[in-house]
Ligand binder design. Structure first.
Ligand code: NAG
Length: 195
């Protein structure tokens, strides 16, 4: 009897594990599918995996998710740049570059917030204009981040490499968000769930 119960238990466990694998496999498929339009697919899949079961095949939700994680990442980088300016002994050109970066990231954050605001209130009648605006703002955010990178160009050393990599990462994730937004723009009105 005990052996039987144990056997059943093991079978049930095996079944549940399979269900689990099936579900996560399917979720993985959603995020991979959504990320197929982006340039940095691994970063996309990694950063957006947790949105799979809510976004599924909705270009609207993936666009929102893409901009949300970009905002989160840009905030982290902006905070680190500020910390760097406060704590690290950076002089001359690098210090100027750092100050410029902080301004650029603050602008980028504004533009991304504006984009997310519009993505939350998409309307059938103004969809075209809305998508145009968002494209402009995210492109501007990308330009801001690139401007920041330019300031560090040609500089070497560990102190510069860290913010450089972080800012580069921010440009990648912003670039991905732009692709997800463009996907929504090309899919069009049919994908809007809240007119
Ligand atoms: C790049 O961004 C992703 C997503 O936010 C994050 O998980 C990762 O730690 C970042 N990498 C670097 C080097 O900043």
């Amino acid at each position: 009897m005990v052996r039987m119960a144990l056997l059943l238990g093991i079978m049930l466990l095996g079944f549940l594990t399979n269900v689990d694998q099936f579900v996560s496999g399917k979720e993985n498929h959603y995020v991979r599918d959504a990320c197929s339009v982006t340039r940095y697919k691994d970063l996309c899949a990694h950063s957006l995996a947790s949105f799979s079961n809510i976004a599924k095949r909705s270009p609207t939700k993936w666009a929102r998710a893409g901009v949300s994680v970009t905002i989160a990442e840009v905030k982290i980088v902006a905070a680190d740049l500020k910390k760097l300016k406060r704590n690290w002994y950076m002089r001359g050109r690098n210090r100027v570059a750092l100050s410029d970066c902080i301004d650029c990231f603050s602008d980028a954050l504004d533009e991304l917030h504006r984009s997310l605001g519009v993505l939350r209130w998409l309307s059938k009648t103004t969809f075209g204009t809305q998508m145009g605006d968002i494209n402009t703002w995210i492109s501007a955010a990308l330009t801001d981040e690139d401007t920041c990178l330019d300031g560090f160009e040609g500089q070497k050393g560990k102190r510069i490499r860290l913010p450089q990599n972080q800012v580069l990462n921010a440009t990648y994730i912003t670039c991905n968000a732009l692709a997800l937004v463009n996907k929504l723009a090309s899919t069009g009105l049919g994908s809007i769930t809240n007119p």
